[in-house]
Design a protein. Structure first.
Length: 578
């Protein structure tokens, strides 16, 4: 089998590719670091910076699930130690993470394609939400880096079978759990995909309904369920080195103890309510999300049982690999939650239980009170370019199926679904939703622009098709800006032209989405549409990050400190040091 993703393949980049990635790196860094201290510290930023400063001063750091994982404070305190404590250094970690994210597609070239990887990097570099939260001292951009890294290493292993990718994935998994609790959503997303893929690979290719014609549907469901269990048993005992199942077992076994607090959801059910055992203390308690009294013993038994089950699964599966992955995972996890083993008992206790337990309790609070369509609204305002092409990509990839393309669609849909049904909706979570949308759309755009048909000189009709989206946009802008000064008939006529152009473009794009390889006019229409949306996205990025970064006319601005604070601070400094 061809060794995809081999690290030496980076050296196969052409000079033009190296130049493009260098320019993208420079643009991404400039967008993220320019005028970094111009915006006043957000409420959340101030908390993260303060506790980082406390650790830097030698006061230590105890994990508090309200602040999510401790990793960001520990890394920021290191930056304070190296470069001093300022507003810029409080945000420089996130600048670095956002810039690294732009370069990560270079390691995904063999599946994204040469052009697809470049397109993903372009979209990541200018994405309004990615740029904004790379200039923001919150851990969401860190999670984007770790998530994308896990996706890359997972597919590296699935394609090449190189065990080093499992070790790297274990490290990224530990860093994710040390950063923020949406690591549970990521593990669930990947776990569900790997489960379905394992069943698909191992399930016999026979029609079971024809084999059991006399079974009722309930009995057929029961038989199918038993077959699923048999499939997993065969994977463990008969095919222990199946790559898909290997990654699934690794995810389950390494993270199983981290799910201990999930048992707390049963405390209000018939299973535990009669006992008055509290596994998750509610709002108003001194230690939200922690067990109390008799619940402590039950919680200990749950954690101990899951650790034992985790080790047993690893032993039965492939102990030689598993213990190394577990050592990497828990060395990182213990180092972060105990702040380099300075508070072992409280760090392990809160990390293994309260990190999840606290946020299970908070789901009932539904902080923010945002509607179900909140993220769809944000996407249409800020991430319209990748969103539109992600829809087109889904239509095309569902027709031209590969495992990887179907995974990208699955990743996009399930991520949007999970964050939509979660009770707490905040603008910074858009980073997690935008990432798969950008990767999916970038892959499609790379396939589109990588075709040889663009190498020939375009004729007149192709040029006209290319500029149709631009004409439609200019018409729409003119109608909305100047229609009030026109008479009724010209205004209606202009509106009809605008709507006709937009509708015709959309119908044409959807109609030829399944055969754009052979329909050259469709390609030029897509290219023109992508170009105008790219220019609009750049404008949106500039306005969001440099014109209105702290003014709540932008929906990404939420509970932001007033810009007046910096002005008052500067005046005080000028008076104190004239």
């Amino acid at each position: 089998m061809h060794k995809y993703f081999h690290i030496e393949k980076i050296s196969n980049l052409t000079r033009l590719e190296w130049l493009l990635y260098f320019c993208l790196f420079a643009v991404a860094l400039l967008l993220r670091v320019y005028d970094l201290s111009a915006r006043a510290m957000h409420h959340d930023e101030s908390l993260h910076a303060y506790y980082s400063w406390e650790l830097f001063q030698g006061s230590g750091l105890t994990h508090n699930p309200m602040l999510h994982g401790p990793l960001q404070m520990q890394l920021t305190s290191l930056i304070f130690f190296l470069f001093g404590d300022t507003d810029v250094t409080a945000r420089i970690l996130y600048v670095a993470a956002g810039t690294i994210l732009v370069i990560l597609p270079i390691f995904f070239r063999d599946l994204l394609g040469k052009h697809g990887a470049i397109m993903v990097s372009i979209l990541l570099s200018i994405s309004p939400s990615m740029v904004y939260f790379s200039r923001f001292a919150r851990n969401d951009i860190l999670m984007a880096v770790f998530t994308f890294g896990m996706i890359i290493t997972m597919w590296k292993y699935l394609v090449s079978g190189n065990k080093k990718n499992l070790y790297l994935m274990s490290a990224l998994l530990a860093l994710s759990f040390s950063t923020k609790e949406n690591a549970y959503l990521i593990v669930g997303t990947l776990g569900l995909y790997l489960t379905m893929a394992s069943i698909h690979e191992s399930w016999p290719r026979k029609n079971y309904r024809d084999q059991f014609p006399n079974l009722s549907y309930p009995r057929l469901i029961f038989v199918s369920t038993m077959m699923i269990f048999k499939t997993f048993r065969d994977c463990i005992y008969t095919h222990p080195r199946s790559r898909t199942f290997t990654v699934l077992i690794l995810l389950i076994s390494l993270t199983l103890p981290q799910w201990s607090a999930f048992f707390g959801i049963f405390q209000e059910t018939i299973l535990l309510k009669w006992s008055n055992i509290i596994l998750l203390s509610g709002e108003g308690a001194s230690n939200i999300g922690m067990p109390t009294h008799g619940g402590k013993l039950l919680a200990f038994l749950v954690v101990f049982s899951l650790i034992a089950a985790s080790m047993y699964i690893g032993y039965k599966w492939y102990w030689k690999i598993w213990w190394k992955c577990a050592a990497i995972f828990y060395l990182i996890w213990l180092s972060t939650y105990t702040t380099l083993f300075t508070n072992i008992f409280s760090g392990v206790q809160s990390g293994i239980w309260q990190s999840l337990g606290y946020w299970i309790v908070q789901q009932g609070e539904a902080r923010g009170g945002q509607p179900a369509h909140y993220y769809l609204t944000l996407i249409t305002i800020y991430e319209y370019l990748p969103a539109i092409f992600a829809v087109l990509a889904s239509l095309y990839f569902l027709k031209h199926r590969t495992k990887f393309n179907l995974f990208l669609i699955y990743w996009t849909v399930i991520t949007l679904f999970l964050y939509t049904i979660a009770s707490e909706k905040m603008p910074w979570l858009l980073v997690n939703i935008s990432l798969p949308i950008i990767v999916l759309s970038g892959k499609f755009l790379g396939d589109l622009f990588g075709k040889s048909s663009f190498k020939s000189k375009p004729n007149f009709s192709q040029c006209m098709i290319y500029f149709v989206p631009t004409i439609a946009l200019i018409t729409a802008f003119s109608v909305t800006k100047y229609s009030s000064s026109l008479h009724q008939i010209p205004r209606v006529f202009a509106a009809i032209i605008m709507l006709s152009l937009i509708l015709a473009s959309f119908v044409f794009m959807v109609r030829f989405i399944q055969r754009y390889e052979t329909h050259i006019l469709a390609k030029y229409l897509y290219a023109g549409f992508a170009t105008i949306l790219l220019l609009l996205t750049i404008r949106t990025t500039i306005y969001t990050n440099f014109v209105n970064p702290d003014i709540p006319i932008e929906m990404l601005v939420y509970t932001q400190t007033s810009p007046d604070l910096l002005q008052v601070n500067n005046k005080i400094k000028n008076l104190a040091h004239p």
